[in-house]
Design a binder for this molecule. Structure first.
Ligand code: HEM
Length: 566
């Protein structure tokens, strides 16, 4: 007979692990409440609104949070490929921008007649009513994809202002009302800022091999990308490989859910199973790393850096003194565009949003929370960040993961839940990236964090009596650290090394630039890598190392970290 199993109490203090109140995931979610009916279902925030009374649905696969058992953070149903009817005009403008084949589309800088004509065409486009889109979530998502691609096409083909070369005196770049008005209507319904995000380039931008059935990790993998800027294979692969990591993440979420069930019981049998699940989780994280590393082969680093990445730049692309983007048609008196907006830009024309980054993917953050990897600033860093706000000119980069843009150094705005009042300078990169995730995913991460699992305290408690459990836990963290080390290699190849070189003649041609002499081409550029920023606005060199080191710190028996970004 199977002995009756009952839940074990969570080991009590000193092992009970509480996330510090200033941990990014201890903050309450930000809500972008829809103001109109949402017939396909309002993204649920019920667990937060229940003030802790909701059941712990940290099932890690909850439809409530738009997390699918088969696809993880990718939608479980087919993405819309093309809007029709009155929205066809947006799709046609996008077709014209992309061109029919690689090389025939618009080019950054907008120096040619082709870009000029396209922008003129956009200015004549009508402001289309979005009411019909509200009937379907996949259609709303496609609208965000199309409108943000159009916005980035428009901004980056606007010739640089000749009136002043001083960035701080530049005028914000206008986004015509025909793009900005529908974008500002659709974005809050999805809980996103009005800028291109990881959701637009990856989550809502793929089709599986058989589009007539649901995507799945076993039989129907993501195989096609719907929208790109350049039409290049490199760009498609960049998005597709990210989608493949997401679908591999579904299995990691499943293992985390099973582990949580065992944690609840925490008897001998459960500890054995937990050990097995943690080992499997380590393997799955290694698989995610392997998929990520295929970028090295499938994406051309030069094309990525010079041709593709510049399209991603958001309104904060020029750093602290960026002029930002001016969303025309926005009422000046209520000019907040998104919960992601810094209080410093509210009421101002120039909105500073960051461009897309895989740091906006919820997957690695979910694994971090589950394994209790803490990315919140240390006391020392908080002090330094506060100091930075008081003396903004002393140093631009004070905390590795603190936004380097002074105007963004405030924590995300409070959202009526009594939180978010952290001192200025505390908003870490991850806190900021939360605001660039679709609302249900953001809520999911916040839900997980406000119901912290007793995994680490339990592992520490049983470390002496159950060394295999501690080894399995550390093994999962080791895999996560390996992922971060491999990712740093990717960043080194795709960003740091490319920043030092001139683009080759082939790529210069694709960029619409004149060829260089052999001597000029061979010349290495002087680049201070501590100054290089990610598209998410981070001072990437310090930031990535810090994320890696935080992973090591969570280990019960930390081993040494290795790779240095050079
Ligand atoms: C060519 C490929 C890639 C490049 C150049 C790249 C670059 C970067 C950069 C520069 C950052 C710093 C944050 C920022 O954007 O400001 C970052 C962060 C991040 N990236 Fe990537 N990335 C790539 C692919 C990926 C993929 C495929 C994944 C997911 C599997 C990923 C996951 C992350 C995560 C989770 C972070 C946050 C930092 C961390 O948690 O360690 N990246 N990436």
């Amino acid at each position: 007979m199977i002995p009756k199993r009952s839940p074990s109490p969570v080991p009590s203090s000193p092992m009970t692990h509480q996330l510090p109140s200033n941990h990014f995931l201890s903050l309450q979610p930000s809500f972008a409440q829809p103001t109109v009916a949402f017939p396909s279902g309002v993204p649920s925030t019920s667990s937060h609104e229940s003030h802790g009374q909701a059941p712990n649905t940290a099932s890690l696969a909850s439809a409530d949070f738009e997390v699918d058992v088969r696809t993880g953070f990718l939608p479980g149903s087919k993405n819309v490929e093309r809007l029709t009817g009155r929205y066809e005009v947006w799709e046609e403008a996008l077709d014209a921008a992309k061109g029919s084949q690689p090389g025939s589309g618009l080019i950054i800088g907008g120096q040619r007649e082709q870009e000029n004509l396209w922008r003129n065409g956009i200015q004549m486009m009508p402001v289309v009513d979005t009411a019909d889109l509200l009937v379907s979530l996949p259609h709303l998502r496609r609208a965000h994809v199309v409108l943000t691609f159009l916005a980035h096409f428009y901004v980056h083909t606007t010739p640089a202002s000749t009136s002043s070369s001083v960035p701080s005196t530049k005028e914000p770049i206008p986004i015509p009302a025909c793009i900005s008005v529908p974008l500002l209507t659709v974005s809050p319904l999805l809980g996103l800022p009005p800028v291109l995000t990881y959701a637009d380039t990856v989550l809502w931008n793929f089709l599986p091999s058989n589009p007539s059935i649901a995507p799945s990790a076993s039989v129907n993998l993501p195989s096609e990308i719907i929208t790109t800027f350049t039409g290049t294979r490199s760009e498609e692969q960049f998005y597709l490989i990210s989608a493949l990591t997401e679908i591999a993440g579904a299995e990691a979420l499943r293992l985390m859910r099973q582990s949580l069930d065992e944690l609840f019981l925490a008897d001998e049998k459960a500890l054995r199973r937990l050990t097995i699940y943690l080992k499997k989780l380590a393997n799955q994280i290694d698989k995610i790393s392997d998929i990520t590393m295929t970028l090295m082969k499938e994406v051309d680093p030069e094309e990525f850096y010079h041709l593709i990445r510049p399209w991603f730049r958001g309104g904060d692309g020029d750093g602290p003194n960026s002029a930002g983007w001016n969303y025309l048609g926005l009422d000046d008196t209520t000019s907040t565009t998104s919960v992601a907006e810094s209080s410093d830009t509210q009421g101002k024309k120039g909105k500073l949003f960051s461009g897309p980054s895989a740091g906006q993917s919820s997957l690695i953050h979910a694994i971090d929370i589950f394994l209790t990897v803490d990315h919140s600033p240390t006391e020392q860093e908080k002090l330094e960040a506060l100091n930075a706000v008081e003396h903004p000119t002393q140093s631009k980069i004070l905390v590795d993961s603190t936004p380097i843009n002074p105007s963004e150094q405030s924590a995300p705005p409070a959202h009526g839940h009594g939180h978010g009042a952290a001192p200025k300078g505390e908003a870490t990169f991850v806190q900021r990236m939360l605001q660039y995730m679709p609302l249900p995913h953001r809520s999911f991460l916040l839900h997980l964090s406000t119901h912290p699992t007793p995994l680490r305290p339990l592992v520490v408690h049983y470390a002496a009596s159950h060394p295999a459990l501690a080894a399995a836990y550390d093994g999962a963290l080791e895999s996560l650290r390996r992922f971060r080390e491999k990712h740093m290699r990717i960043v080194s190849l795709f960003i740091v090394q490319q920043a030092r070189r001139q683009p080759s003649e082939r790529v210069r041609k694709m960029m619409g630039l004149e060829p260089l002499s052999g001597e000029e081409e061979a010349q290495l550029k002087e680049v201070d890598i501590t100054e290089i920023r990610g598209t998410g606005g981070s001072a990437l060199f310090k930031f990535l190392k810090r994320c890696r080191d935080n992973t090591t710190k969570a280990m019960v028996r930390p081993s040494q970290a290795g790779y240095e970004l050079e």
